[in-house]
Design a protein around this ligand. Structure first.
Ligand code: NAP
Length: 434
């Protein structure tokens, strides 16, 4: 194959954490990158951000400044627009759409955009015979997009599940190891630069859900469908739950899980108990990991840094190297017309084992009332722990169950929550065995 040796000319829209790290990496490893592309240089020619006068920690000498990044689509000396602005709609979407429409390739790290508009953007890329690349959009430095799209292409996938948000993983790790409340661990994460001033996107699970929607599309050949993902964050987790989970030989992790069931595709984000010793249970602090299960390969787990300038720019540059080599394939591996709509597994068909924590009055008959409700919903108990004696105060009852569907659990929890002897809302969490 004859390689094109003219430089691959790129315009970078967004010079924040990822944009500036991408410029630094391209400069720092310019020679190496050119070697890996078979001698074809990757040359930045233009940049854009909101504020031209902001001091930036990246090389900008000799680069054209574009006031409005949508105009990058019209620059004749640009082959690729790299969108590193962020956000599902607005400027980021306009920049990508304009670039594709005007015949540029697009590289983006924007999971929110892809989760919502990935199919439409991929269709435009196909129509224009251009490439849409997004290795950085899920788990940043972990090469999971390429792994699903290429390396595991021979497998029928069963499950994709992952710890996809470093902020939540850091908070849960600290809550467990230092017995901290959620709010205290969140403040610590913010002080260390691991959480935003407004942490909602991370701690309420939406960031994980965006990434899951993209991964599920690649794994199961569906259109990315953010609205089909059930999302719950980690705000209701208490240090007590982490403690009891540990006693039962589990860790609590915020997981994104996409699983093909007989009843459709299950896509959900929420805090789950994972058995100690399994790969995901060992991923702590800000690290991310993704576990995929294919029919031929079995389990594959990839772990690493899922955020930050370095890891994210590593993925952006990998996409640029592929474009320079002329390797890049279709965004979701198959033509958009072959991607199916999601048939979502209904909640009453979503099965798992469950962990239940109840704060109950220490009086005779309480446990019998609770177990009667579980029996009536055909929920089978695997273990039951009752701690301490305190006639004046509530005592915790911890139950784990065998597999049962979510609808039965919901009904049981509603009934149990109404018992006079049960204080506070029951806490119930999934037990996830891949
Ligand atoms: N940070 C990570 O660790 C990470 C990891 C994986 C993926 N990502 C994704 O990468 C993308 C960028 O994230 P980031 O953390 O680098 O964001 P960031 O630090 O907030 O940077 C955003 C950049 O976009 C520019 N910008 C914002 N609105 C603009 C507009 N209307 N016109 C032109 N420029 C505009 C900003 O300009 P100013 O600098 O002038 O304000 C800034 O340079 C997002 O899609 C994010 O989800 C980030």
């Amino acid at each position: 194959m004859r390689l094109d040796m003219t430089p691959l000319r790129i315009a970078v829209a967004g010079l924040g954490t990822v944009g500036s790290a991408t410029l630094r990496l391209l400069k720092q490893n310019a020679e190496l990158v050119a070697t890996r592309t078979g001698g074809r240089p990757v040359a930045v020619v233009a940049v854009s951000a909101r504020d031209r006068n902001k001091a930036r920690d990246c090389p900008l000498e000799g680069l054209a400044w574009v006031e409005d990044p949508r105009q990058m689509a019209l620059l004749p000396d640009v082959d690729v627009v790299v969108e590193l602005i962020g956000g599902a709609d607005g400027m980021a979407k306009d920049v990508c759409e304009a670039a594709l429409r005007h015949g540029k390739h697009v590289v983006t790290a924007n999971k929110a955009l892809l989760a919502r508009h990935g199919a439409a953007l991929a269709a435009e890329a196909e129509k224009q015979d251009r490439r849409l690349m997004f290795e950085a959009a899920a788990a940043a430095g972990i090469p999971i997009i390429k792994t699903l799209r290429e390396s595991l292409a021979g497998n029928r996938m069963r499950v994709v599940q992952g710890i996809l948000n470093g902020t939540c993983n850091y908070i849960l790790t600290r809550m467990g190891e230092a017995n901290l409340d959620f709010a205290v661990a969140l403040r610590e994460a913010q002080e260390r630069g691991y959480a935003e001033a407004d942490p909602a996107m991370d701690v309420d699970g939406y960031d994980t859900a965006h990434k899951l929607a993209v991964l599920a599309a690649l794994a199961f050949g569906t259109k990315p469908d953010f609205d089909s993902v059930t999302v719950e964050g980690i705000r209701r987790i208490t240090p007590v739950d982490l403690l009891y989970a540990a006693e039962l030989k589990f860790r609590i992790k915020l997981l994104g899980v996409a699983r093909l069931t007989d009843h459709g595709l299950e896509q959900r984000v929420g805090p789950c108990l994972v058995p100690v010793g399994t790969p995901l249970s060992k991923i702590d602090d800000v690290l991310n990991a993704v576990l995929v299960q294919g029919d031929a390969v079995g389990d594959v787990t990839l772990s690493g840094r899922g955020a930050g300038g370095g890891p994210t720019s590593s993925a952006v540059v990998a996409d640029l190297v592929d474009l320079a080599r002329g390797y890049a394939g279709l965004p979701f591996a198959v033509p958009v017309a072959s991607l199916s709509a999601t048939r979502t597994t209904p909640a009453d068909r979503r099965e798992s084992g469950w962990y239940i924590r109840l704060d109950v009055k220490d009086q005779p008959g309480v446990v019998a009332d609770i177990t009667a409700i579980l029996r009536d919903e055909a929920i089978s108990i695997e273990s039951l722990l009752q701690r301490g004696r305190s006639p004046m105060n509530a005592v915790p009852v911890i139950i784990t169950t065998h597999r049962v569907d979510e609808a039965a659990m919901r009904r049981a929890m509603e009934k149990i929550g109404k018992l006079e002897s049960v204080r506070d809302e029951p806490c119930w969490l999934r037990i996830e065995n891949a």
